[in-house]
Design a protein around this ligand. Structure first.
Ligand SMILES: *Cc1c(COP(=O)(O)O)cnc(C)c1O
Length: 360
């Protein structure tokens, strides 16, 4: 068996030691005689798995006790609706930063529930930059400000937390959570689909300041109310038990690695190296303003786009998988989440240099 370097944007690669542990425990979890997949979510075995995962996530992100952590289904896409349904709280207006394709989806969903103002709109620069904060037109009446810290498709990332004064800040962190230390206390709510940087698909993590969870619009499905999930410990119905368990193993792996400060340094090194290789070459290009370049998802183009397919085919032979750009934008993209080792990025750079030499 050989594991290739997988640059998929999501579902993405998982740390090999985590998958090995899953394999070792698959048929008989800790002497229980059962696989985690076969356990009651209300039994003592799964309860211990669930509590340990939450406690390790709280440690990693230093989550204040005034915040609840929820383990939900429905993906980040379901949060696009749950956020306005719960956080408008009698108000009709919200601010959304429009910085890429995921922002746009969140905005379209929020517009079903209220008026959305766009204090930041990067549409005009094709999502390669963000206007200076002095030009942001924040709406004083907005119930909250939503942004997408890392645009997975466009490769645009906020490397610092935007200053929105005393407004409640909400973030779709699907593709950047756990990539570096984070000050959770700056946020009202954080959500993330698991399949990028947390674990397998099927799990969505929500971190919510508890005092914000009480105001869901009336007559909405109770499954779309944060209160429902807080009151039931994310067990109002059957949670995604296997994904929750594997996410817990990833949290342990991150702690053993040395935590988020150390992981953040490694992620920065990986990204820096790859951008340097792109910038030093005439053959490759990344259009994003260097101040907003993502550490996690690095889209790039070849000077001759006719070569995109052969680039991917040859990369695959070299053990470098899933380098195609998103189907809506084309080109190429390397997603280098926590689980991608530095050797994987180096192997990609070596391949890119060689390919450019032969075809450039
Ligand atoms: C992948 C992704 C989503 C969509 O996640 P689903 O879990 O498929 O709903 C939303 N936002 C961002 C930033 C993403 O990367």
């Amino acid at each position: 068996m050989s594991r290739a370097f997988n640059f998929s944007a999501g579902p993405a690669n998982l740390p090999t030691p985590v998958l090995e542990q899953v394999k070792a425990e698959l048929l008989d979890w800790h002497g229980s005689g059962m696989s985690v997949m076969e356990m009651s979510h209300r039994g003592k075995e799964f309860k211990s798995i669930a509590e340990q995962a939450e406690s390790d996530l709280r440690d990693l992100l230093n989550i204040p006790s005034t915040y609840k952590v929820l383990f939900l289904q429905g993906g980040a896409s379901c949060q696009f609706a749950m956020v306005p349904i719960n956080l408008l709280r009698g108000n009709n207006e919200a601010d959304y930063f429009n910085t890429g394709q995921w922002s746009k989806k969140a905005i379209a969903e929020a517009r079903k529930y209220g008026e959305v103002n766009l204090p930041v709109n990067s549409e005009s620069n094709n999502f390669t930059n963000v206007s200076e904060s002095k030009h942001w037109t924040l709406n004083p009446n907005a119930a909250y400000v939503h942004y997408t810290p890392n645009e997975t498709i466009n490769g645009l990332e906020f490397l610092t937390i935007p200053d929105v004064g005393d407004k409640i800040l909400v973030a779709d962190m699907s593709s950047t959570i756990l990539s570096r230390p984070l000050d959770v206390s700056k946020y009202g709510l954080i959500y993330a689909g698991a399949q990028k940087n947390i674990g397998p698909a099927g799990l969505t993590i929500v971190i919510i300041r508890e005092d914000l969870a009480d105001g869901a619009m009336p007559n909405m499905p109770s499954m779309l109310s944060y209160k429902t999930h807080i009151d039931s410990g994310s067990m109002s119905n059957t949670p995604p038990t296997l994904a929750w368990y594997i996410a817990g193993l990833v949290f342990k792996w991150l702690k053993e690695f040395g935590g988020l400060a150390k992981m953040g340094e490694r992620n920065q090194r990986k990204a820096k190296k790859l951008y340097a290789a792109i910038d030093q070459s005439e053959f490759y290009n990344n259009p994003v303003d260097p101040a907003y370049r993502s550490w996690m998802n690095i889209p790039f183009t070849l000077s001759n786009s006719d070569l995109d397919k052969s680039f991917q085919a040859e990369a695959k032979v070299a053990g470098l998988l899933t380098l195609g750009g998103h189907r809506t934008v084309g080109g190429l993209r390397a997603s280098i989440y926590n689980a991608m080792p530095e050797e994987g990025v180096q192997a990609l750079i070596d391949f890119m240099n060689d390919f450019a030499k032969r075809k450039g």
